[in-house]
Write a protein that binds this ligand. Sequence first.
Ligand SMILES: NC(=O)C1=CN([C@@H]2O[C@H](COP(=O)(O)OP(=O)(O)OC[C@H]3O[C@@H](n4cnc5c(N)ncnc54)[C@H](O)[C@@H]3O)[C@@H](O)[C@H]2O)C=CC1
Ligand SMILES: O=C(O)C(=O)[C@H](O)COP(=O)(O)O
Length: 398
Amino acid sequence: MKILLEDTIPFGASYLDNVGEVTTYAWQNLVASDLADIDILALRSTTKVTPELIKGANKLQFVTTATAGTNHIDKACLNANNIAHSSAAGCNAVAVAEYVLSVLLHAQKSKKLDLYSATVGIVGAGNVGTALSVLLDAVGVSYVLCDPPLQEAGDKRAFVEMDDIARCDVITLHVPFVQGGPHPTGKLIDSALLNQLNDHQLLINACRGEVIDELALHARLTSPNAPTVVLDVFDNEPAIDTRLFDHCWFITPHIAGHSVEGKVRGTQMIYEQICHRTGQKATKALSDFLESIPPVKVSLQHPTQTRLSVVDLIDVFHRIYDVAVDDITMRQSVKQIENADTHAPSESVASQFAALRKHYRVRRECSAHTLVVPHNTSEEIAKTLKNLGFSVQREQAQ
Ligand SMILES: NC(=O)C1=CN([C@@H]2O[C@H](COP(=O)(O)OP(=O)(O)OC[C@H]3O[C@@H](n4cnc5c(N)ncnc54)[C@H](O)[C@@H]3O)[C@@H](O)[C@H]2O)C=CC1
Ligand SMILES: O=C(O)C(=O)[C@H](O)COP(=O)(O)O
């Protein structure tokens, strides 16, 4: 069984070493002829599975992506060629939800909005949208959900329309990029919707760049009363248009889902799929690959109070994940290109964007952290921290 594996899949070769004959590739170099005699192709979203690539396949029976999104795979082409396909649905939902919460806590800190009187409009109530709703419930922030496909399918949660979403203080996008069909999402956020937004509103895109009309966004951001915008994803990655950057509050290189847990969970999921397809027993577990990390001691301003103070919440959460760090790294790397007097700036941007993603820092989810809190911390505060995903350990009383 020959398995061709994208080299960005963490621990991919270690997971699969006993399952088949594994070779790895870099997405930049992959060509159709590399698929000759390959049975299984395992990839991340950087590999585009196109009819042209599939032309090289003579034995390919299964394509799987260690990501939630699947828009980089031409599924119609695989179906037409009798090649099965799968993905790692939900693997990084918590990571993206933590990314959004990190942004929201910055908005509170900088007084862009008062989180406790704001409403967050979540567009797409699947794995990410639901994980985000869990975090917002934990910290007592109101939200509404918009997801016409789930609503039509009979999901019993309360849903609103896009018109209601446009009036929310925060709009955060968590839909797949889908062209065609009853609910296409390409340019879902178009100039008409952007023109309804004002400078009291915050728009976050951590799903796919194509879901916002980028030209219309640029026009809106360079006109009066523009909303605050945070972008993790862009049109035409990795050769992205950097002109938007100066007009955005935070920009990050498509890393919202790149927690260690989010990525390794993706590998675990595709490993289990490949074992299943090849009739082998999956013997490896996530815990074989995730290192435990030492407990983090936190001091709380008012540990005995009922509610976790917003200052403590921001401090604790941003110690675990601060989106501003990723924003600074991205801006500095783009500045280097601008200062380098390069003749091919778009190629440099593309390779820099890809490098930022490939060498992303180690970022662990709340669930990987044990917080050591003062001994007299109230049950309510401990519960909030647990609902955010942390393990909580009380200090010994003196
Ligand atoms: N920036 C990043 O690192 C990451 C980005 N993503 C992106 O986010 C997307 C969502 O991820 P998940 O929640 O895991 O996927 P999911 O498939 O669990 O949920 C997507 C939801 O969007 C809904 N939806 C589809 N069309 C819609 C429309 N027109 N309006 C409103 N809702 C609509 C679906 O019904 C579904 O419930 C992925 O497809 C991927 O493109 C996902 C993970 C990481
Ligand atoms: O899961 C998804 O969908 C994502 O967007 C991933 O976070 C993308 O990660 P890469 O595969 O591009 O590293």
